[in-house]
Design a binder for this molecule. Sequence first.
Ligand code: DHB
Ligand code: FE
Length: 248
Amino acid sequence: MTEARVKLIVDDIVEAVRDVLRKHKVTFPEYRAGFFHLLETAKSGEMGLLIDMLFNQTVCDIEMQSREGTRFCVEGPYFLEGAPEVKDAIKLRGDYEPLLIRGQITSTDGSPLNDAVVDVWFADPDGFYSGFEDDFPIEYCRGKVRTDADGHYSVQASVPGEYPITRERHGPTGQLVEMLGRQGWRPAHVHFKANKDGFRSLTTQAYFEGGNYLDNDPVEAVFDDLTHATTQEDGTRVLDVNFTLDPA
Ligand code: DHB
Ligand code: FE
């Protein structure tokens, strides 16, 4: 990001916020209340959660104006570099229901993409992400899978839990969600980030048809084209998710 672009955007953000302060004649105590709320959010480690909840999907919508492939959707605050490469199965935790996640990756021209790398990450059945909790290291519930010669990938995972922005982890972001009169649960979802040389990186999510909170996601990131029906195969639940990547 160039310095000129930083100046352009930050100057406009500051002016937009000042306009809101003037429009609502915000008082000094109100200003301080907001100030301390943001300090509390930072102290409790929820800055990423708050910022992504409010703004990540907007940036994804902008991204989609120049894409033809699979919809770009929020990365959220829980992606981690350095997830392990996995061959067949991701390490799992909790009282989980197995879920086979598989699909094919193609280019927008329809040709299959071999050797693409897909980061897959999801919450455990209790809605926790690995790498952000004590005793829940990043080898669990996340991994990098590779496509074969026909562009197919396949990995054993588990049905993710719904993710609470409020609940017992009731930090400043959850308080704000409640004050705004929104509900605080994200629908169950699986995150993906697909990379292949010569193609634009794709970050997206998959949701489960018939799941809870699809109509009132606090992050506003649910779309029909990202919502999938699962099937049963040999007693295992299967989520088929194909991706189309845009050439770089
Ligand atoms: C957000 C996104 C997620 O995928 C999630 O699990 C939690 C929060 C967010 O955008 O704030
Ligand atoms: Fe998530």
